[in-house]
Design a protein around this ligand. Sequence first.
Ligand code: CAA
Length: 696
Amino acid sequence: MDNPVSLRRDGNVAIITVDNPPVNALRHGVRKGLFECFTQARDDASVEAIVVTGAGRTFVAGADITEFGKPSQPPGLMDVISLIDDISKPTIAAVHGTPLGGGLELTMGCHFRVAAAGTRLGLPEIKLGLIPGAGGTQRLPRLVGVEKALPMILSGDPIPAKDALAAGLVDEIVEGDLVTGAVAFARKVLAEKRPLTRVKDREEKLKNIRANPQKFDEIVAQHAKKTRGLHAPAAAIEAIRMTLDTPIDEAQKKERELFLKLVVGDQSKAQRHIFFAEREAAKVPGIGKDVAPREIKRAAVIGAGTMGGGISMNFANVGIPVTIIENDEAALKRGMATIEKNYQMSVQRGSLTPENMGKRLALFNPTTDLNALKDADIVIEAVFENMPVKKELFGKIEKIAKKGAVLATNTSYLNVDEIAQVTSRVPDVLGMHFFSPANVMKLLEIVRGKDTAPDVLATAMAVGRKINKVPVVVGVCHGFVGNRMLSARGIEAEKLLLEGALPQDVDGALTEFGFPMGPFAMSDLAGIDVGWRSRKERGVRAEIADTLAEAGRFGQKTGKGFYLYEGRSPRPDPEVEKLIVDASVRLGVTRRNVSKEEIIERLIYPMVNEGARILEEGIATRPGDIDVVWLYGYGFPAWRGGPMHWADTVGLKKIRDRLRQLARESGDKRHEPAALLNKLADEGGTFADYARQKAA
Ligand code: CAA
């Protein structure tokens, strides 16, 4: 029988427990159970106070996201909260884990809230493209004031129990057994005959802002910076603003309307897709829960350059000692100096204490002796991107590394199987591809070699999560998922310059689309010389990028690239424009006007096509994995859901037909639609359909 909510008694106190694993989400059965149990406790004259709590790892972590977009069945969460609101006996929420979203709104229907130490409380709806839909935007400001509520709702980030206590969101922190503490709290409230003010009637924390309503815009200005293109933050601000002058019942109705509008919108759908895609990506075919990861107590990173340094910081940041190895003292010193500078910047920003900086630095063992990797449980090679160099190094590593150590390469393009072959322990080898800056970017592509052992893969996944990355398993091919698709985009970006666009047109279209930066600004940041060298090795040419590199314009580091730099801000350069126009003339291309719409189609449709090929070849397991890669590795806007989800919203037939046209007009075979794209377009299907069929 579906009975996720139960009621028991401790003397005169009723205890209502939600037990709906894994996170006690408020699906229909839970709402119904809560409604029934609260009604029963309200009507039972022998009950003098009511405690509501959650079983398992957390109190209610929110509405059930899988129910969004489906017809809702009563009672709604607001019905439950209204019922609790009108109970004249003390109601106490006893929370632990992550009371989030609707879960926190439920607690704000109660008179009091007590929390276990370590609880994190928040309204994360904004991360799903939503706003709190059950009174959160009205009740949180009544408990903690607009100054604290607005940043909590706009960031979606939870706050720790002790901050919640200081802010007035929580009344007491319980040490020891939570329910025992909550029952004791209830008895204290009864004994002291504390007044039972409903949260909806609390007005003290709003007095100040109501007297100075102009302060509201100041608070908004302080916190609403990064909301370009997003609907939910504007709706959240509109809802919170109502606390200034709108009666709460009316404001809650309006909040609900805003919520319902967002929930059916494309942005929230995309963000919900990403929420589940990220969790799906953690599930690797063939790696069940029975595959235990190897224990990782020490790491070694070979290479103290930009990548190696960033990678080793990830380990030190979570308390894992890391040996960092370079060829010569000077390079090692430079690498360590950069690491120290990065930590110092965190200290200056206030995100790291000087004491913790010291602790982290103490975890580094910098050396020029390769033999120092002998104690490491995981070795990550992050040297120059060159196959012979990597092969030679792996030949040495395997002679030194201890038995059972995971041997990883941070290559961004090269064949991991070929590297593994030079060792006598192929199953221990895999790719761990970090993204620059490696201490910041969340994506970790884990490259599964054809003979990588399941427990080695499980270890890399576990390490990835431990160092706060989002790991996605990919197969071996040139560039794996992310860079392979990036390269499809890069080729088109160059062509667009030759055909008539300027770097600022291309980058502008992409930033308007929602990327933090376009391909040319990105090239300037990474260094144009990097691609130039690799193309020279492969005997290929990118006319404009290579002409710039030949002129010593390497990007930000030389103050000139596709743009001119003063500091880090780019400025269009007439010299570059001339150079581009000359290149068009040289290659006999007649320049024309290129629209923003064409830029988006030309840059992103080929990526979708490459993504479809990646799926056909089994390089990525699911379309959602590709979306996660692009979101966390390249800044694809979350509210567009990643390239494959976005393609579904555009329509696969439209994309396929345009690619066919491009292939015809340009004669470029790469634009021929992938078989999977053709099939789905013919069927009127989507990548989401494909994912569902594959999972079934
Ligand atoms: N609805 C449905 N399923 C959920 C869920 C939710 N709100 N929250 C988590 N889950 C599922 C996950 O999909 C995952 O399922 P699988 O194991 O099948 O992959 C499982 O619960 C465990 O989740 P995590 O792997 O994320 O576990 P964690 O311990 O790392 O994190 C968490 C737990 C912090 C609660 C995290 O899951 C989370 O942030 N969840 C979303 C919370 C949220 O956004 N709540 C607000 C919902 S919107 C709302 O409430 C609107 C309103 O105003 C009424």
